[in-house]
Design a protein around this ligand. Sequence first.
Ligand code: SF4
Ligand code: ZN
Length: 378
Amino acid sequence: MSLYRSVGYRVPMSQPTPEVYEQGKGMDAHNKVMREIRSRKEASYDPHEPTRVWLDEDNTPDGVKESLTIILNTGGCRWARAGGCTMCGYVAESVDGGSVSHEALLDQIDVCLEHEEENADEPAGLIKIYTSGSFLDEREVGAETRRAIADTFADRDRIVVESLPDFVDREKIADFTQQGLDTDVAIGLETATDRVRHDCVNKYFDFADFEDACAEAAAADDEAGSDADAGIKAYLLMKPPFLTESEAAADMISSIERCADVEGCHTVSMNPCNVQRYTMVDDLYFNDGYRPPWLWSVAHVLEETADVDAIVVSDPVGHGSDRGPHNCGECDDLVQKAIKDFDLRQDPSVFEQVSCECEATWDVVIERERSFNQPLTQ
Ligand code: SF4
Ligand SMILES: [Zn+2]
């Protein structure tokens, strides 16, 4: 219980007031706890190597494409240094000292191209670049590097770059669209509900900032001057800490609906929370205070939102394990497969073909779990 006290956690029914953001309370207290948790990890990484790179396939507004996903090592997220989000362990993978040079970043891109050459039959049509921070933050990736990377991938169809909404502007997006690349900015919105984003995720921006970023992408799209499109891909987090299973599902359904209604946002990627090391979620999990979402909840949300005007996908990482989204252990692979099928085909009938006895337990959890008795099951 001491963790709740030390983060200044308030009962869910209280109304937000400006005082909770005062020193020692609310966000300030979340950050203090997160800094202490992250400081338990000491690690440093080679700035000439990407954090990770892999090949996959993804659903895009132009259909399913082979993809090359790159996690660039850019010195990490500034927000994470301040304390950061309650579920995010990525800062532990960042380079010591803060920033990575132009040359080192391009070395990382070369390593990724070599990986692709060795493992793929042909160059991927879709490039996705994440940084554990913001690719469009010029303190992480300077304008010169951004343009060099746009130039490197000019022969591909589409590029996705990750950024917090503050750094999204039409000129930066134009660096890619001018190369003829359809361009999406992936924004870790997590939820459309400001209260949940602030108090459960500890992310500082508002839904209005996300709407502004979508407007910038829509403006870049209008000004592109070529056939290239620009848009936003919203990343949502299902079941941050402190929400019950049913609250988490309801929050995702309304978030997906609100995102799909914003002009410029064409895709929503709704991802279940997993327990990463050196995070507040990990501390809660260790003290039996957190259970990752059920895969049935993921399927339920996808079914409920299948008719919105956006592509909705989900990629449950670590499915079937205690630290990842899971059901009973028997049906996890089957439900995961149905989710992946849904991602590619957007057809909710895929979920009619999966069932398991544990659905009855999930029903009880949805009905009976309350914030003061959670998690009802592990
Ligand atoms: S989730 Fe994103 S913004 Fe939050 S700490 Fe992690 S990298 Fe930073
Ligand atoms: Zn089951």
